[in-house]
Design a protein around this ligand. Structure first.
Ligand code: ADP
Ligand code: MG
Length: 588
């Protein structure tokens, strides 16, 4: 067979294979075109999960009569015209591929009234190359794009479509992402004539939070901490959920780069790490975050559907995200402005996980440890607080202790009502943070190995270990390359055992190969400290005096991350007086 040029319909259908995976991809392209045209109002109509119809009507700038047919040609766009434009592109689209691709696999109608024209025009295409001549239509300024019978002429692809409800779920997810990233645009979504979302323009923080609550749920918004920081040309805004509002899946994670929703492994890695010290095992953090940076610092032309981007300096982005989120989480302590008490569920277990199992350990030993960690406990210069006569005056956030419940919980009274503190969980976090700062102040102690441990690695890993020798040294490791695929571990942080050391070095190298960054050493050290903290904390059934209880409450107020124990479980709950009143039908 000789080489021949493919018919242009087939070229478009091949391109459609990349851009249009399912109805939601069509919705995405049409929505993005409307947003690029400056729309403030979007009407989205979907029928049968988008298989039968997707229609998006906008009030943007519109398309000129003479440009209508051009919009359906391949590689035609009004958004860029040079390499320079491409390198700093701010529009969502720029490839000039979406409309011709969609037109080649559906029945497409575009009706548009350009802002400076005196009437609207309509063209139609039905999967073939020839496009109808424009006919006049009466419509307001803006554009309406209607896509019917998706994949009608590509039966093989139609077979991959799922049930209507599934396809609609994808469209709904897409609309949520758009709505979260374009607060200035009103969106009305209907499925089979039924309204699913009707979102007014959200101006100002209050309205924005209302929209986020509508899209991500009120519980998320109630337990969200605001994020706002800029540094080195980067700005991060949005909301992150308290660790106690975690999810079993990563379904509540929205990350936008310059208004574009992206999935990026550096980003997820940075966020996961920022939460690593406070999140309950196996849970996923929830967040809605907006990163803004100079468009030339990020390449958006990496993926035909633009789900991914490439950062020029991914290390910088990673560290900026990690530090920002970690700092916001560290600031969560009782009484901090952002800390929201965890809502109490009267029946059933708390959403974060099983109730902690306690072992009864020798109380005396624990207490001695507690006291050795807090030598100032018996210091007379520290006045012991008593319950004030007027409970609304000058009460610290966690209030004053009233009693101990079953040797497990501290009951305290504060301004809002009753505070319940899980004694062990709270003390564990306090001890842990104490040990961490002590470690930081002291520096890592090193321990040479009597017999160096050989570690077999790949050649690339051995090279990497060599390059990173100084870096390893700062973390307390001494590693030499002793062969093409052999390393010798000569020294490691004293706090880590020898057996773990070897495995750790291997894991660190594989992290570095994959992500160019790692927190494994810090995590391993923290995990040892966390275990020490657990053993060194007051256990259940230990009777505390009121003074001791109050001292613990005050420590909690001072300690970073004290809202969660080391395993991410909550350490305290607020039971509002109003809530208690309602149980007794008071004030009705
Ligand atoms: P791209 O968005 O990459 O430019 P598309 O194939 O999606 O390519 O669209 C082609 C062109 O059609 C756009 O550049 C734009 O000029 C025009 N267009 C498409 N949809 C709209 C719309 N809703 N409003 C105004 N212009 C539009
Ligand atoms: Mg487009």
């Amino acid at each position: 067979m000789r080489i021949q040029r493919l018919p242009s319909q087939l070229i478009n259908q091949i391109a459609a294979g990349e851009v249009v995976e399912r109805p939601a991809s069509v919705a995405k392209e049409l929505m993005e075109n409307a947003l690029d045209a400056g729309a403030r109002n979007l009407e989205v109509d979907v029928e049968q999960g988008g298989k039968r119809l997707i229609r998006i009507r906008d009030d943007g700038t519109g398309i000129h009569k003479g440009d209508l047919a051009l919009a359906l040609r391949r590689h035609t766009t009004s958004k860029i015209s040079s390499m320079e434009d491409l390198e700093q592109v701010v529009s969502l689209g720029f490839r000039g591929e979406a409309l011709p691709s969609i037109a080649s696999i559906s029945r497409l109608t575009i009706s548009s009234h350009a802002r400076d024209a005196d009437q609207g025009w309509r063209i139609q295409a039905d999967g073939r190359d020839d496009v109808s001549d424009p006919i006049p239509v009466s419509q307001a300024v803006g554009t309406s794009v209607e896509v019917r019978d998706l994949f009608f002429n590509t039966p093989a692809r139609r077979k991959f479509l799922r049930a209507d409800t599934t396809e609609f779920k994808h469209i709904d997810g897409l609309i949520r992402r758009i709505a979260l990233s374009h607060f200035g645009v009103a969106i009305h979504l209907r499925h089979n004539q039924k309204t699913i979302h009707r979102l007014p323009v959200a101006e100002g923080v209050t309205q924005q939070e209302k929209r986020v609550a509508a899209l991500c749920g009120t519980p998320f918004m109630k337990q969200a901490l605001p994020v706002e920081r800029s540094a080195s040309g980067l700005s991060l805004e949005g909301w992150i959920a308290l660790p106690t509002f975690s999810r079993s899946q990563s379904d509540l994670q929205f990350f936008f780069v310059n208004g574009r929703m992206v999935r990026d492994k550096f980003v997820s890695h940075a966020v996961r790490q920022a939460y690593s010290d406070v999140l309950y095992h196996g849970r996923h953090p929830a967040f809605v975050l907006y990163l803004e940076l100079d468009p030339t610092a990020v390449d958006v032309n990496v993926h035909p559907a633009k789900h991914e981007v490439r950062f020029r300096d991914s290390r910088l982005i990673h560290d900026f995200l990690f530090h920002t989120i970690r700092d916001v989480l560290a600031g969560v302590r009782p009484g901090s402005v952002s800390a929201q008490p965890v809502p109490v569920r009267v029946s059933g277990q708390h959403a974060t996980g099983p109730i902690q199992l306690r072992t009864l350990l020798q109380a005396k030993e624990q207490v001695r440890l507690y006291e050795s960690l807090h030598p100032d406990r018996n210091d007379d210069s520290q006045p012991h607080r008593e319950l004030p006569d007027n409970p609304t005056e000058d009460v610290p956030p966690l209030g004053f202790a009233l009693a101990q419940l079953h040797g497990i919980y501290i009951l305290a009274q504060n301004k809002d009502g009753l505070v319940l503190v899980d004694m062990h969980a709270a003390h564990e976090r306090i001890t842990y943070e104490f040990l961490k700062s002590a470690m930081q102040a002291e520096g890592i102690r090193r321990q040479p190995l009597l017999v160096p441990q050989a570690i077999a690695v790949s050649e690339r890993e051995a090279e990497l270990a060599e390059q990173r020798q100084t870096w390893f040294g700062e973390l307390g490791f001494e590693i030499d390359r002793i062969g093409p695929e052999q390393l010798a571990l000569r020294q490691l942080p004293a706090i880590l055992g020898q057996a773990d050391g070897v495995a750790l070095v291997r894991d660190v190298l594989s992290d570095l190969m994959a992500n160019n960054s790692t927190m494994r050493v810090e995590e391993a050290i923290n995990s040892v400290l966390s275990t020490m903290a657990c053993h060194g904390s007051v256990r259940a059934n230990r009777q505390l005096t009121l003074d001791e209880m109050n001292a613990l409450l005050r420590d909690m107020e001072r300690t970073e991350r004290s809202g969660q124990c080391n395993h991410g479980r909550p350490t305290w709950l607020q039971l509002g007086l109003k809530e208690v009143d309602s149980w007794f039908l008071r004030g009705r």
